[in-house]
Design a protein around this ligand. Structure first.
Ligand code: GLU
Length: 303
């Protein structure tokens, strides 16, 4: 029983570009969008746009507008109107309920400084504490297994809280093969390989944020299903997140798409590009007189 499948699954391949409107697009986003467009065309698939605006504190409508304009300028055409995640919060809430019903989420009232303090305390005692792939310390379990009455009292009093996955519980009895997925090993591969990425590297990660009824991770896996996405083509920086997405898909009864984590375009200094545009922002390149054709050629795409 799940309510998260696309209404009409056409059997046609589905690709998507999924920017977050927390800034404007740079040349790395252009590469990702163009690669999705190329692969969709080659396979006779659909290309869809998803605006990932679950982070209500950082997303801004003017960034969304600028993203739409940049994509249009690049010549990227989508096969349906964009899905805006902020229009689907009740759906993500339903998914969170399903996970709660399975006892896989618990509320966490801790502030960032309380978490940091707890981690410092552990490390001060000489114990090494794990970091997640983004470099943040694993949640030190402050609210895991908390007394039910205390939790209910705080929720009833309206105290802000996030919902975290109880990773040990979510992984209980799951063999690697249950969480395996198909992945294209590189840009030119025509065959997938079967991979497993351990979700435990994320610890008890936040699945429902304090300030939003979802998280990027929860909303994304639901939307791959709702939009009928068969192929997730995105940057290498999200490769590890796929392990977390797989465990969510498993518990939500969702079939995993194929994945393709492409290489990232580095900045002039060799560093990862950030949303802070700079000279490799699409609007800066456009203002400097570059055409969409120049950008495509530079990134290895023909018109
Ligand atoms: N919204 C994410 C970003 O802008 C991409 C998510 C994805 O492709 O899965 O970095």
């Amino acid at each position: 029983m799940t309510t998260f499948h696309a209404d009409a699954n056409s059997g046609q391949p589905g690709f998507r570009f999924a920017p977050s409107p927390t800034g404007t697009l740079h040349i790395g986003h252009a590469y990702s969008a163009l690669l999705n467009q190329k692969l969709a065309r080659e396979s006779g698939g659909r290309l869809l746009l998803r605006i990932e605006d679950t982070d209500t504190t950082r997303c801004r409508p003017e960034f969304e507008q600028a993203i739409l304009e940049d994509l249009d300028w690049l010549g990227i055409r989508f096969d349906a109107p964009p899905l805006r995640q902020s229009d689907h919060f009740p759906t993500y809430a339903k998914a969170a309920d399903m996970l709660r019903g399975k006892g896989l989420l618990y509320p966490c009232f801790a502030s960032r400084s309380q978490i940091n303090e707890a981690v410092s305390g552990i490390e001060a005692s000489g114990r090494e504490w794990p970091r997640d792939p983004d470099g943040s310390p694993h949640y030190p379990g402050i609210w895991r297994g908390a007394a039910k009455e205390e939790v209910e009292r705080r929720i009833a009093a309206g105290e802000p809280h996030a919902w975290r996955i109880d990773m040990a519980r979510a992984m209980q009895g799951l063999s690697e093969s249950r969480l395996a997925f198909e992945e294209y090993p590189d840009e030119t591969a025509t065959q997938t390989v079967t991979r497993f990425r351990d979700p435990s590297v994320w610890g008890d990660f936040i699945i429902v944020r304090k300030d939003s009824p979802a998280s990027f991770h929860l909303a994304g896996v639901i939307d791959e299903a709702l939009q009928g996405i068969t192929d997730v083509v995105r940057g290498q920086d999200l490769a590890q997140a796929t392990g977390l997405h797989r465990v969510l898909q498993h518990h939500l009864g969702l079939k995993p798409p194929r994945y393709h984590h492409h290489g990232l375009i580095a900045g002039e200094d060799g560093e990862k590009l950030s949303k802070s545009r700079g000279s490799l922002g699409l609007s800066a390149l456009r203002e400097a007189g570059h055409t969409a054709r120049d950008i495509k050629a530079r990134l290895g795409f023909s018109d």
